[in-house]
Design a protein around this ligand. Structure first.
Ligand SMILES: Nc1ncnc2c1ncn2[C@@H]1O[C@H](COP(=O)(O)OP(=O)(O)OP(=O)(O)O)[C@@H](O)[C@H]1O
Length: 484
């Protein structure tokens, strides 16, 4: 939940891949859990045993105990130094394992593309390389921990030998009885066993500590845009009038590259406004700013005259704005659940009504399992047009006052496009609609068209007004598409 609320900051700004995230959320959490359990259960026992035995040693021979304990600070220092090195190594090894799992995750997710390009061997080589690096690092870590444990054991056995040596000296001088030496030896051996156990626990603790640190790194992330503060405009007073006022903006990953400079545009309530222009000029970015995934550098975006910064983001995205994107994302559940995603508390009848309005009913009624049909991962078992119609049904059910259509009718055959267009006409009724379309034929009927170019709105007007302007970019675009 926390990760999702820091979403745009995390997923877009940082270069962390989703596979790496899953590795952190699964493998690292498991590692931390098991190390923590071991450290608490066995660590506490061995720690208490060591302290108790040191007490009994002191009782048996304070002099020998002092000698034995005198070396402890040195050991702690050496142990901490080695531990710090091992922790760093462990961190690098775990990060590399996460990179390897990110590569496999990406390959598995994009299996169709990989097979279509016959890239199986290359992908598997990439994965092998990453895995090899992870193996080498884990080996280094294993050797490091092994050497540390061997060194500890060597030292502890040396300690027993020194006790025997020192004790026999004391016996020969008559300062200690053989019985006391035996008791001392037994306690010293118990300490030795406990400390060797502690050195094993130490190795596990290092891995757990690193894993915990990687997971907790997320906790320290501050969401750049808090989603649950700010005001909500009451439903009955909400018009849906949007204005971009002198907005300048650059993506946080490319701070030197301004996508907009003093962009001003207005999307009047209840009207259909279209954005067009050459690729990469910032049409989708306008929708990102409207959904407040990012903040403008200067200028402001307002809804009914109120700066979006004052408004509650959860309310804005959840209840005010609906998005139908060019690649609708469906979940691997049933058609019904995918539609219900628009409004989880909708009744069955409302879901069916939305499905009918979006022409979903026509194809779903032909499926043997009807609305319970599972659509496959990301809707893989449906056609492009069917997915779009489900996405439209979702938007109809959500019933947002503002709707963003991002190239919703691209890449469909004409019959499918007609059905999708009819579904869209149903969903657009009575809302403020922002359409981004390359297919200029789909935006001709818009109340207002903006041509976005050179970091600003280059031209604006209705289709007829823009076509009437000689040499207008819009006219050139239309002529290039040969749709007039
Ligand atoms: N997350 C991002 N981080 C950095 N730059 C980005 C990001 N998303 C888009 N851009 C850049 O911002 C500019 C505008 O991109 P945008 O996607 O808004 O263009 P567009 O007009 O919608 O393009 P298209 O018509 O091809 O979809 C481009 O130069 C793009 O490379």
């Amino acid at each position: 939940m926390y990760l999702m609320s820091t979403c745009s900051q995390f997923f877009r700004v940082q270069s962390t891949k989703t596979g790496e995230l899953s590795a952190r959320l699964n493998a690292d959490v498991q590692e931390f859990k098991s190390s923590f359990k071991l450290c608490v259960s066995q660590g506490l026992r061995t720690f208490a045993q060591t302290i108790g035995c040191i007490g009994s040693l002191y009782f048996l021979s304070p002099t020998m105990t002092m000698y034995t304990v005198a070396v402890v600070p040195g050991i702690i220092l050496a142990g901490s130094a080695i531990g710090a090195g091992l922790r760093q190594l462990s961190r690098r090894a775990q990060a590399q394992s996460a990179t390897a799992s990110a590569v496999s995750d990406e390959a598995l997710t994009n299996m169709r593309t990989i097979r279509a390009f016959a890239m199986e061997k290359l992908e598997s080589k990439l994965f092998d390389n990453e895995l090899d690096k992870a193996r080498a690092m884990q080996e280094q870590l294993g050797i490091g921990i092994g050497l540390f444990q061997a060194g500890t054991n060597l030292f502890l056995n040396g300690m027993i030998l020194s006790v025997l040596y020192g004790g026999s000296n004391l016996i020969s001088k008559g300062e200690m009885t053989p019985g006391a030496l035996m008791s001392f030896l037994v306690s010293a051996q118990t300490i030795q066993r406990s400390l060797s156990q502690l050195s094993i626990i130490f190795g596990t603790a290092i891995k757990g500590w690193t894993a915990g640190g990687r997971v907790l790194e997320f906790q320290r992330l501050q969401p750049s845009i808090p989603i649950d503060t700010g005001v909500c405009i009451p439903y009955h007073t909400l018009w849906g009038d949007i204005k971009f006022d002198n907005v300048s903006f650059s993506y946080p990953t490319r701070p030197g590259h301004n996508v907009f400079e003093n962009l001003t545009l207005s999307i009047p309530a209840g009207q259909v406004v279209a954005l067009c222009g050459p690729s990469g000029e910032g049409k989708s970015t306008i929708t990102h700013l409207l959904e407040r995934f990012y903040e403008p550098k200067t200028g402001k975006v307002t809804l009914d005259g109120r700066d979006l910064k004052e408004l509650n983001v959860e309310w804005l995205r959840g209840q005010v704005i609906g998005l139908i994107s060019q690649e609708p994302v469906l979940f691997a559940t049933s058609v019904e659940e995918n539609i219900r995603y628009g409004r989880p508390d909708a009744t069955d009848q409302e879901v069916r009504d939305a499905a009918r309005a979006a022409h979903v009913d026509e194809f779903v009624s032909r499926f043997p399992s009807g609305y319970s049909t599972i659509v496959g991962e990301r809707g893989a078992q449906l056609s492009g047009g069917q997915k779009q119609r489900i996405a439209i049904a979702r938007a109809i059910l959500k019933n947002p006052p503002i709707l963003i259509l991002d190239e919703a009718t691209s890449a469909l055959d004409s019959q499918s496009e007609q059905l999708v267009q009819e579904a869209l006409n149903n969903v657009m009724k009575g809302r403020t609609v922002l359409v981004i379309a390359h297919r200029l034929s789909t935006i001709r009927s818009a109340n207002l068209i903006y041509v976005i170019k050179d970091k600003k709105t280059l031209e604006s007007g209705t289709h007829e007004q823009l076509m009437a302007k000689k040499g207008s970019l819009y006219r050139k675009l239309v002529e290039a598409h040969n749709v007039d």
